[in-house]
Design a protein around this ligand. Structure first.
Ligand code: PGA
Length: 252
């Protein structure tokens, strides 16, 4: 049975200048211990090159929070997968709920981005998750199934086995309301089942599924103890290097 990669990834969102990012990175490197998981930081575009350099030869991967789906072209204000890779990014968050709900990104657009990320050698971290309204109307499984099927459409079994999915219930993001370990595990197991039925057992065994939504040092351990939770995507609590490091340390 393939061993799944385990990750703790911070998502800084639209916070930190380059100087602030460098201070954070130096502080984190001072306190970071050998970890049981891979560690990533999804940071603003403007800090990627500087942090990729500072974190080279360390266990910390630098990534981006979004990108465009085209290889290049007349898309004023956008950034391509190749530009991110060139700046030193190793992974990219795609379809984060803020992209889906604030910027109106749909599954077809996200699907083209996933393919473009693979093409440029970036690890795609594909985010899915239901809103409170969808959960309350018992539509969670239908939403997850649709988001996964459409965002990962036409990918090979090998590609799906080699990407990362982040399950982030929208009602738990930035609200202080974490999904209980049982709720998260049940959604993760469901996502793995969708992957198995559409892409095969090998992809389902290999794909890493992270949980995100109000992760803190005091709930990280219980979440990570669940069989289908392979890592954490941490927003607010990743902004402080000490708190982020505590979460990394909890993830045994
Ligand atoms: P949060 O954000 O940890 O602040 O809830 C998670 C995310 O948006 O990835």
């Amino acid at each position: 049975m393939p061993v799944r990669r385990r990750f703790v990834i911070g998502n800084w969102k639209m916070f930190k200048t380059t100087a602030e990012s460098l201070d954070y990175a130096r502080e984190l490197l001072k306190i970071l211990q050998p970890a049981h998981t891979e560690i990533g930081l999804a940071i603003p575009f403007t800090s990627i090159a500087a942090l990729a350099q500072l974190f080279s030869d360390t266990p910390v991967m630098v990534g981006a929070q979004n990108m465009h789906d085209a290889e290049e072209g007349a898309f004023t204000g956008e950034i391509s997968a190749l530009m991110l890779q060139d700046a030193g990014a190793q992974f990219v968050l795609l379809g984060h709920s803020e992209r889906r709900h604030v910027f109106g990104e749909g599954n077809a657009f996200i699907n083209r981005k996933v393919k473009q990320a693979f093409h440029a050698g970036l690890l795609p971290v594909v985010c899915v998750g239901e809103t409170l309204e969808q959960r309350e109307s018992n539509a969670t499984e239908q939403v997850l199934s649709e988001q996964l099927s459409q965002s990962l459409q036409d990918l090979s079994e090998n590609q799906v086995g080699n990407l990362v999915i982040a399950y982030e219930p929208v009602w738990a993001i930035g609200t202080g309301k974490t999904a209980s370990p049982e709720q998260a595990e049940s959604a993760h197991a469901y996502c793995r089942g969708v992957i198995a039925s559409k892409w095969g057992a090998m992809a389902a065994q290999k794909v890493s599924i992270l949980y995100g939504g109000s992760v803190k040092p005091d709930n990280a351990g219980q979440l990570m103890a669940r069989a289908d939770i392979d890592g954490l995507l941490v927003g607010g609590a990743s902004l402080n290097p000490k708190v982020f490091n505590e979460i990394v340390n909890v993830c045994k």
